[in-house]
Design a protein around this ligand. Structure first.
Ligand SMILES: C[S@@+](CC[C@H](N)C(=O)[O-])C[C@H]1O[C@@H](n2cnc3c(N)ncnc32)[C@H](O)[C@@H]1O
Length: 288
């Protein structure tokens, strides 16, 4: 191996991600997060990790793999995770799910628990916060007027610390807010140069924190939720991690609580523990 390999050289192009280093990084990432890079996603891993090479002035993926897998404390692991996650999200991503929640499931939960109950919602893999804040907006506009004494706790979690910070900041571009009704945009957001910022009052309704869905111990501390959204994240896991995460989510629900996955995702072949409730072509998975 050339001694120059770990030395940054201005203008030198980083090496390619070879098969053995790809496999080392893939196994490491899988072990830490449950995220599994299929062979056809190698180019994606290469382009995301190359950002870390640049930041660290390394010019080979092998050197990076050695550093990130050996380092204690695992500071670089956090940067690697932030670099590889895909944070695509927007407000009211799948309107049909929110309609089923507001029109059917929340009234059913309230009928059972009483009109002075406290409901607990969790946006697991909340990315930059749009899903959790969609729930907060719906509560303000659709639930509170009908059930003024019902209270709601909303927690948003993600493995990506940059996404969590953006969620707390609550500043969204027009792509993210395109499904927010204009009247709600005027009522709950303030226009700024770079987009619309959600009011501090609404931001306070959601508690964001970092959480790795693959961390069994941390997941055990998430308890007694009535509704969990774990949407558009299971697609990044293989079947073994999906099963582990879904089993943890099952334990995190209270009896009768509901799990939503992404509109195009399904728990078919992953678990039979839930009762699939199908309303208006939307599936919610109930813990019975
Ligand atoms: C495509 S976004 C989905 C956001 C939102 N749930 C939605 O449906 O619009 C996927 C999110 O999952 C997060 N994620 C990936 N692996 C995770 C893990 N092991 N634990 C927690 N979050 C994870 C990513 O950081 C990313 O923000």
């Amino acid at each position: 191996m050339s001694i120059l390999q770990n030395i940054p050289v201005a203008g030198r192009r980083p090496s390619k991600l070879d098969t053995s280093t790809f496999e080392t990084l893939r196994a490491f990432i899988y072990d830490k997060t449950g995220i599994y890079f299929q062979d056809n996603k190698r180019y994606l891993l290469e382009s995301r990790v190359s950002r870390r090479l640049k930041a660290l002035h390394l010019d080979s993926f092998e050197a990076y793999a050695r550093q990130v897998t050996a380092q204690r404390p695992r500071e670089e692991l956090g940067h690697l995770i932030n670099a590889i996650t895909i944070n695509e999200t927007f407000f009211f991503r799948h309107q049909a799910q929110y309609d089923v929640l507001v029109d059917h499931l929340i009234p059913a939960l309230i009928a059972e628990r009483g009109e002075r109950c406290r409901l607990r919602f969790w946006s697991a893999a909340s990315s930059t916060g749009e899903e959790a804040y969609s729930l907060a907006l719906l509560f303000e506009e659709k639930i509170k007027p009908r059930y003024p004494n019902v209270r709601l706790d909303i927690v948003g979690t993600d493995i990506d610390t940059n996404a969590i910070q953006e969620a707390r900041d609550g500043l969204y571009n027009s792509y993210a807010t395109r499904n927010v009704p204009q009247a709600w945009l005027r009522k709950y957001f303030t226009a700024e140069d770079r987009g619309h910022r959600l009011s501090a009052d609404l931001r306070r309704r959601v508690r964001f924190k970092q959480l790795n869905l693959a961390d069994r111990l941390a997941m055990q501390r998430m308890r007694h939720f009535d509704v969990i959204f774990c949407a558009n994240v299971l697609i990044y896991f293989d079947d073994t991690s999906k099963q582990q995460v879904v089993a943890s989510l099952y334990n995190s629900l209270g009896a009768g609580g509901y799990l939503f996955v992404g509109f195009s995702e399904s728990l078919y072949g992953i678990t039979q523990a839930f009762h699939a409730v199908r309303i208006d072509k939307t599936t919610a998975y109930q813990k019975v």
